[in-house]
Design a protein around this ligand. Structure first.
Ligand code: AKG
Ligand code: FE2
Length: 266
């Protein structure tokens, strides 16, 4: 068993087909190294200033750096990648009027970090259990370095998005999402996975970008991460994606039933 890998000419239909089967798919070499080098250069000072995690799940040798929309202009191209947005529209579209940006996080797993506990990302909404087949989140993990089994490539259980919630995943059932820098793994909130152990001498760096149903709370508070004074300068598409838009009739208004885009006026 492997995570199925598609070429970078894949369409959203192709990605969707693999997601329906497996809950995860790799698209190899989707963006140029130069874009990821620019993202990394812009994020490097923030990553270096980020403390490692304070519990087993976050990882005592793992740095998680957020607010990527505000901190890296080049990152916008990842968040708005057309193949990802088209795939998110297919996965999340049936359950909401609009999907939105859920979280942005650079994850640097440093040497010596053990494997993360296996989990489904949609557990953030615990104790609520989403019905099997209904996806509430779609995630991407962009490889800023090569992802290898040795350096801590995300470990996934293809097909586990169909499992009942009470089935416990075990490490033996996982496969590493090995992929070259510039590739992306797309995975649903329902698929079991976890960060891999880094047994190499170099950090493994990925950027996770999640999208979720427009009527759910976002995991990363986008209005604090990207307040109006910052959001005002973003492309309109990104303003809407992070939440300066209505998720449905009157869903997300402020003040006297004003549209959130009014908050972006100088
Ligand atoms: O870093 C990774 O490969 C995965 C991390 C992860 O799954 C998480 O923190 O939820
Ligand atoms: Fe996760």
């Amino acid at each position: 068993m492997q995570v199925q890998a598609l070429r970078n000419t894949a369409t959203a239909e192709d990605v969707m087909e693999v997601l329906q089967q497996d809950g995860c798919a790799i698209v190899r070499n989707l963006v140029a190294d130069s874009l990821l080098d620019a993202v990394y250069a812009e994020l490097k000072p923030f990553i270096e200033a980020t403390k490692v995690g304070g519990d087993d799940f976050a990882g005592y040798r793992t740095q998680r750096t957020g607010s990527l929309v505000a901190r890296s202009q080049s990152f916008h191209q990842l968040a708005l990648h057309p193949l990802v947005l088209d795939t998110a529209a297919k996965v999340l579209g049936p359950y909401c009027q609009k999907f939105q940006l859920h979280l942005t996080q650079a994850i640097r797993i440093n040497p010596g970090e053990p494997g993360q506990a296996l989990h489904r990302d949609q557990l953030v909404y615990s104790p609520f259990r989403f019905p099997r087949g209904m996806e509430c989140e779609l995630h991407t993990m962009w490889a800023l370095t090569d992802f290898t089994e040795e350096n801590g490539a995300t470990r996934v259980i293809p097909g586990s998005h169909k499992w009942e919630d009470d089935r416990t995943p075990s490490p033996e059932e996982t496969v590493p999402a090995a992929m070259p820098k510039g590739s992306v793994m797309v995975f649903t909130g329902s698929v079991c996975h976890g960060g891999g152990a880094n047994n190499s001498q170099e950090p493994r760096i990925g950027v996770q970008v999640g999208y979720n149903l427009g009527w759910l709370r976002q995991e990363e508070n986008q209005y604090l991460a990207v307040p109006p004074a910052v959001a005002r300068h973003l492309p309109e598409k990104l303003q809407k994606l992070i939440g300066y838009s209505l998720g449905g009739y009157a869903l997300g208004y402020f003040g006297d039933v004003q549209h959130p885009k009014e908050a972006l006026k100088a």
